[in-house]
Design a protein around this ligand. Structure first.
Ligand code: WTA
Length: 650
């Protein structure tokens, strides 16, 4: 990379070979974004061309109206013996699996036929609760092949989290596995699935044999994947989907206990997944792309699976944790597989950094030519470490901003143009209009923080609704600045070059190791404890994970504190899963509240972060009540602040 001041640029060679290396693309797109996207859409295969590019009926909109498409027909346009998928298992001694486009196509068709026999029709929901194994990819594509709407549930989510998703979508079929590996342990996934399908419409459960652990079997319901697929034909016609038909529903945290079902449409999603991969990751035919995200998250949907496969390149899927069994496992995989593009979250980068540069000293990473970051703001130190120790100062870094709701990337520098600036994501993708507004809706000036919004015509892959909840759709995304402006819930600022920096969320979403959880859903889980009268959850900064939750509880229980804490952890695990485990739990007499009864989480956050920042607890106790804590005059119970301060101080 070339460095000019605080900005970095791709070197000449990278620039020359990149798909996009001329800034003119931005002006071309800006002239008429709809026409621009239509031109891009035209490069995909459509059974029938659309009649209208963009139709706006606020707060709803449509793209490529009247077009007929199937994403799998696009993925399998070029059937070849090239690897579509390289799968690295967690156990070091187990054989990896490589599936060519041909082989993947056959398995997808077999499962698609099996699903049809089980009664799954176009528009029906199918639940997928699988670890990171090739069958997850096959399952998602098989649903698309027949027009079934998949809902993937992260395998580390709890049975309750699975249940609410299955209840909402009314899925009749669930695809799961006997178990999976996590850091050398076998987790009995089937047991969680059995628990999670209670009180749902699930009639059939397709079970992949992964770990061979003992499971309970219900002859009426359960079917082995292998036996089911064997009997099926390797051919299956793709369903012709309307551009606006739902392709999948992926749930993301809501502020109450209830997650939101984010609905994505067939046409727009395929178009944007394809082009953002091609231009932002600069996919070329011999690239080996490793996106480390699990398919249970949107990043896994779009960039572990759909985007690389639409582009006909090889995607790498790794079952395990990047630092297991040794801290350099991920580095070994990059070297062994000659990964050319590596896309991960800042949490992983900070974890590698913490292990120390010496643990990867021997790796040259010669195959790498481009790096990416996603999911949370990447701080300058982590960015520079990534660039130096992994990118060896030759790889551009694309910091990509997007959301479950946007389906694909919206903000990022283009790697053949740049500039790349640590802690800044870059410019909007060509054809996308964003703005940063103050509370009143006025654009903020350069360097000033405001709210990031997306302006019409938005983007083809933006969500089409919150499943069965139009009020939530309107209220969450289309009511802050009227129903023609999409509100992202992120705060951001722009520098003099127009590069955008994402500062953080404005709502109660916290990003734990890049995973999206709301404090509201955690509070709902903790409040299920019968002896807890009240609780508050806050997110505090963490050196590795970006943010971690801290829980405050008010309890009347006489049990020892450790016991109560253990139970709180139990409720979190039961309702959400291990990703949301708290860093600390404080039992307090009272929570700071306004006179109208609103819990002041802002104060709690300040108390904890001040304590952590000072490192020396005496400093905190010497703070007079109210100092640095903002206005406490509206509190109904200011004494609670001193009590909590002492408690944190103990
Ligand atoms: C945050 C993940 C800073 C942001 C794809 C957004 C980021 C939320 C970045 C969506 C980035 C995502 N820099 N922050 N490059 N990418 N975010 O739905 O707050 O899990 O609103 O989608 O992650 O999280 P989600």
């Amino acid at each position: 990379m070339l460095k000019k001041g605080e900005l970095y640029y791709p070197d000449k060679d990278f620039q020359k070979k990149a798909w996009i290396n001329n800034k003119k693309i931005y002006q071309q797109a800006e002239k008429d974004p709809v026409k621009f996207w239509e031109k891009l859409a035209g490069e995909l295969f459509w059974f029938k061309k659309w009649q209208k590019g963009f139709l706006h009926n606020p707060p709803y909109f449509q793209w490529f109206v009247g077009g007929k498409i199937n994403i799998t027909e696009n993925i399998f346009r070029h059937l070849s013996d090239k690897p579509a998928l390289i799968w690295e298992p967690e156990p070091v001694n187990e054989e990896p699996k490589i599936l060519t486009y041909q082989e993947l196509f056959k398995s997808v068709n077999q499962l698609a036929n099996a699903l049809k026999i089980l009664g799954v029709k176009k528009g029906d929901g199918v639940g997928i609760y699988l670890p990171m194994i090739p069958e997850a990819v096959i399952s998602m594509l098989a649903c698309c092949r027949i027009g079934a709407v998949h809902t993937v549930v992260f395998s580390a989510f709890s049975p309750s989290a699975l249940r609410v998703r299955l209840q909402d979508t009314k899925a009749k079929v669930l695809i799961t596995a006997d178990g999976y590996f996590r850091r050398g342990q076998v987790i009995n996934l089937k047991q969680n699935a059995d628990e999670g399908i209670k009180e749902t419409n699930i009639e059939k459960v397709i079970v992949v044999k992964r770990t061979g652990n003992e499971i309970t079997w219900d002859n009426q319901k359960d079917l082995w994947w292998e036996e089911l697929l064997q009997k099926q034909s390797q051919e299956c016609q793709a369903e012709q989907m309307d551009s606006e038909d739902a392709m999948f529903i992926l749930y993301t945290s809501g502020s109450t206990g209830q997650p939101k079902g984010i609905v994505h449409a067939c046409g727009g999603y395929a178009v944007q997944a394809y082009w953002t991969g091609k231009w932002i990751f600069d996919f070329h035919q011999d690239d080996i792309f490793w996106c480390t995200s699990d398919q249970g998250w949107i990043t896994g949907h779009t960039y572990t699976i759909y985007s690389p496969l639409l582009n006909g390149i090889t995607t790498l899927m790794f079952e395990g944790a990047p630092d297991f069994p040794t801290p350099d496992r991920w580095a070994q995989i990059i070297e062994k597989r000659k990964v050319s593009i590596f896309y991960t979250a800042p949490t992983a980068i900070r974890m590698f950094e913490k292990y120390g540069a010496h643990h990867i000293e021997k790796y040259k990473f010669e195959s790498l030519r481009l790096l990416g970051s996603v999911g949370e703001p990447i701080d300058t130190a982590a960015w520079l470490w990534y660039s130096k120790n992994i990118g060896k100062e030759k790889c551009p870094i694309v910091d990509t901003w997007w959301q479950t709701e946007t389906g694909a990337i919206l903000l990022s520098s283009l790697p053949g143009i740049g500039p790349f600036k640590p802690a800044f994501t870059g410019l909007p993708f060509p054809g996308i209009k964003v703005d940063i507004l103050d509370k009143q809706g006025k654009a903020v000036s350069e360097g000033e923080e405001g709210r990031l919004v997306i302006l019409p015509p938005f983007c083809p892959s933006l969500l089409r609704g919150v499943y069965k909840n139009p009020e939530k759709y309107l209220k969450t995304y289309w009511s802050q600045y009227g129903n023609k402006v999409y509100f992202t819930s992120d705060s951001a600022l722009k520098d003099k070059n127009g590069l955008i920096r994402i500062v953080g969320r404005l709502d109660d979403v916290i990003k734990i190791a890049g995973h999206r959880v709301t404090t509201g859903e955690m509070e709902a889980a903790v409040n299920l404890h019968p002896e807890i009268t009240e609780c508050a959850v806050i997110g505090i900064p963490d050196e590795i994970k970006g943010e971690v939750p801290v829980i405050f509880i008010v309890t009347w229980s006489k049990k020892p504190l450790d016991k109560i804490k253990e139970e709180v952890v139990g409720w979190i695990k039961k309702e959400i899963g291990p990703i949301a485990l708290p860093k600390e739990i404080y039992s307090v007499n009272d929570l700071p509240k306004t006179r109208s009864g609103k819990i002041m989480r802002r104060i709690l956050r300040k108390l904890v972060t001040q304590a952590a920042a000072k490192g020396e607890k005496e400093d905190l106790s010497s703070l007079p009540s109210g100092e640095d804590l903002g206005d406490l005059s509206t509190l109904a119970n200011p004494q609670s602040v001193d009590d909590i301060k002492n408690m944190i101080n103990q």
